[in-house]
Ligand binder design. Structure first.
Ligand code: IVH
Length: 692
């Protein structure tokens, strides 16, 4: 007996809906449904496919969770070899000029001839992959291998949600899209933080994370790794009329639903290549993933064909690299720092090294298990990594460079390094079973913890007390002027006269600080809850708690069960919150904050004045399902955004409805994020934090 037509129809509808949500979430970066709804659709599809196995297809989203483990990868022969590109040796402007000069010479262009048009792209730092779509369905994914023969990693690649299992639009008979599998920095950090919590080995860096994940024989392991993909070129194609320019190939790939990076530009001549190189370098830290340079490609496919290849490298492309984000240096010592929650963090003191744009002298070692796993010892040669605004870390020891006297020393032990006592207050240290961290047991009696607690309270995302920095907090605590954040608002302890007596404080800055402290009383409940520094309560949780309970008193009165009604608050977080408020010392500090007049209520006014779209530029096009263009524009402007008429590089979002025309095309070409009405509503309801 076959499946009833209603089930078959439902299966098709679910697959389409899930594919649309995946595309919106992973490619457009504009989620269309809450996670819970997505999970519900996914489970419904899984159940229907279990019931009717004959309806399973290779392009079903259920194939993304990873199937059977393999014994080995099968070999895949590339019909069009996967070549690499030459790296310009000169990493300054000379690199772009040398490339342009070579191209011009090979094309026989005279000085008076017009500039050559290039497509300038990012050089992603991951693993090259060939995606083979047959009749629009992902049929095979392969690594580059030796460029002629790669490995069949289809099951692993299918787990990458940003990669469509079926192309959208009118797909050619055969299309091979080539690009890079990589890991976003935030995904890498989050994944590693969880691994460390679980006592599991973290990934070395995002590049190894991506490459290692694709080479896993068990696709279930790959499915746990947060991978991304950007297409940057073509392999074999059949039944498709190629556009004239490479930039148009990329636009076409984006229109097929493939992720294509928006950070690309058309550049005419060497000077525009240099401008691109410089502009991207200036924003390198702000990009959500690591790049090791930029890539230039002659844009005209006809000229590419004319230029051809030399020793297996195209003459029409080159890589122009940036300084590395990993460097070699030596460990001079391992110190132990005390954090806000008493956590003891081993930090490597390093021979100064220039990496990722700054001179690094310290790098985190995270915790004792990490030091042991990497077997870092004083005197070792190590690789340090600094990428984005993430704190520098020791990636690995270079074993061959370990001096013999270092080999003879025992592995590093945190307990022994600090003699079993907090390096700041000499209290006992402890490590709970199942915990990765040693902690100072003194709580807020430990000056280091007091300092960190006050610094956190005053920080920009918390109460935002401008001018209350590290040096000052140090003095306040050391001189007994502030034992807790409650003292900040106590004029008998802190006033302009007392502050003016401190080092590096003039009368003017003392006065400014007093005013900044007074202003912070109105920071609002969301910031106040975050500022308290409750373990595992970050900004997002603090905001949810404030919105849910509406006042500090209501939050303090909530038991673990009531706390778990709040989104993303599980038993552990609830326990931390309840435990924090049960502590008499904390209750006393809060009483003093309240007495001093610190605003501890969720203000209705604050809600109306929220400007989640502050500084963002929107273009509306087509007909939205429920909003007129005027209404949508008014909503955007009320939320602090700008609605403008034409799409440019400065546009942050295009909101597209039915029959959207050339503006939508242009947005795609420029790689601008595209939203539908639901997506816009989500942004409006968001607090302005990135949802990525
Ligand atoms: S094009 C024939 N474009 O860099 C040209 N490669 O040697 C094929 N890569 O391993 C490469 N970003 O995986 C191209 N925007 C980009 C790239 C890129 C990263 C990688 C590629 C290959 C290496 C080039």
């Amino acid at each position: 007996m076959g499946a009833p037509p209603a089930d078959a129809k439902r299966i098709r509808a679910l697959r389409e809906a899930i594919a649309r949500h995946d595309h919106a979430y992973y490619v457009l970066d504009a989620p269309t449904v809450p996670d819970a709804e997505y999970d519900r659709l996914f489970r419904e599809l899984q159940a229907l496919e279990e019931a009717w196995p004959e309806l399973k297809t290779p392009d079903s989203p259920t194939r993304r969770v990873g199937g059977q483990a393999l014994a080995a990868f099968a070999a895949v022969r590339h019909v069009v070899p996967m070549l690499s590109i030459r790296t310009e040796t000169d990493s300054g402007p000379g690199g772009a000029r040398a490339f342009d000069a070579r191209v011009r010479r090979q094309l026989g262009l005279a000085e008076a001839d017009p500039p050559v048009e290039y497509c300038a792209e990012l050089k992603f730092d991951g693993l090259a992959i060939n995606l083979r779509y047959v009749e629009g369905v992902l049929a095979q994914a392969a690594t580059r291998g030796d460029s002629e023969t790669g490995e069949d990693v289809t099951d692993n690649v299918r787990t990458i949600r940003g990669i469509p299992l079926r192309l959208t639009g009118k797909a050619p008979k055969l299309l091979e899209a080539r690009g890079e599998v990589f890991m976003r920095r935030s995904d890498f950090e989050r994944y590693n933080a969880r691994q460390r919590e679980l006592g599991q080995p973290p990934l070395v860096n995002p590049r190894n994370g991506a490459a290692g994940s694709i080479r896993q024989l068990d696709p279930k392991v790959t499915a746990q790794r947060p991978l991304s993909f950007y297409a940057y070129g073509l392999g074999e194609t059949d039944g498709w009329r190629l556009p004239a320019r490479h930039s148009e190939v990329l636009d076409a790939l984006a229109n097929f639903g493939l992720p294509v990076c928006g950070e690309r530009a058309i550049a005419r001549g060497a000077e525009e290549l240099i401008a691109f190189h410089d502009a991207i370098l200036a924003r390198r830290d702000a990009l959500p993933f690591d790049i090791d340079g930029v890539v230039y490609k002659v844009n005209s496919l006809a000229l590419q064909a004319e230029l051809g290849f030399v020793s297996r490298e195209p003459r029409w492309a080159c890589a122009h690299k940036y300084p590395p984000q990993e460097e070699l240096t030596r460990v001079l010592g391992i110190e132990v720092q005390v954090g806000r929650t008493g956590k003891l963090t081993p930090v490597a003191r390093l021979e100064p090294v220039f990496v990722g744009g700054v001179t690094v002298t310290n790098a985190t070692l995270h915790n004792e298990d990490e030091v042991r796993r990497k077997d870092v010892r004083v005197g070792d040669a190590v690789v340090v990594r600094r990428a984005g605004d993430v704190i520098p870390e020791v990636v690995a020891v270079v074993a061959e460079r370990r001096p013999t006297e270092v080999s003879a020393a025992p592995p590093w032990s945190l307990f022994e390094a600090v003699g079993g006592r907090c390096p700041v207050c000499r209290s006992r240290i402890a490590r709970e079973p199942g915990e990765a961290d040693w902690r100072c047991t003194a709580g807020l009696y430990c000056p280091a913890q007091r300092k960190q607690a006050i610094l956190h309270f005053a920080s920009r995302k918390a109460m935002n007390i401008d001018g209350l920095g590290e040096k000052l907090v140090e003095q306040l605590v050391d001189r007994g002027m502030a034992d807790s954040v409650g003292d900040l608002y106590d004029p008998s302890r802190i006033d302009a006269a007392a502050l003016a007596g401190l080092e590096r404080m003039g009368e003017k800055s003392a006065q400014n600080l007093v005013e900044a402290i007074a202003r912070s009383k109105d920071a609002g409940l969301e910031r106040l809850v975050f500022a308290l520094g409750i373990r595992t309560v970050g900004e997002a949780t603090a905001r949810d708690l404030a919105r849910h309970f509406g006042s500090l008193d209501a939050l303090m009165a909530a038991d673990a069960e009531a706390l778990q009604q709040v989104p993303d608050v599980g038993p552990v977080v609830a326990e931390n919150i309840a435990g924090f408020f049960a502590e008499p010392h904390n209750r006393e500090v809060i009483r003093r904050l309240q007495q001093a007049g610190v605003n501890d209520r969720q203000a209705a006014r604050a809600r109306q004045a929220r400007q989640p779209l502050q500084g963002l530029s929107f273009v509306l096009t087509g007909t939205l399902p429920t909003l007129t263009r005027e209404a949508a524009g008014a909503l955007i402007e009320a939320a602090g955004g700008r609605a403008s008429g034409s799409v440019s590089n400065k546009t942050d979002y295009v909101v597209a409805g039915a029959e959207a025309g050339s503006k939508l095309d242009k947005a795609r070409a420029l790689g601008i994020r595209i939203l539908d009405e639901d997506g816009l509503r989500r942004l409006l309801n968001d607090n302005g934090e990135s949802s990525a």
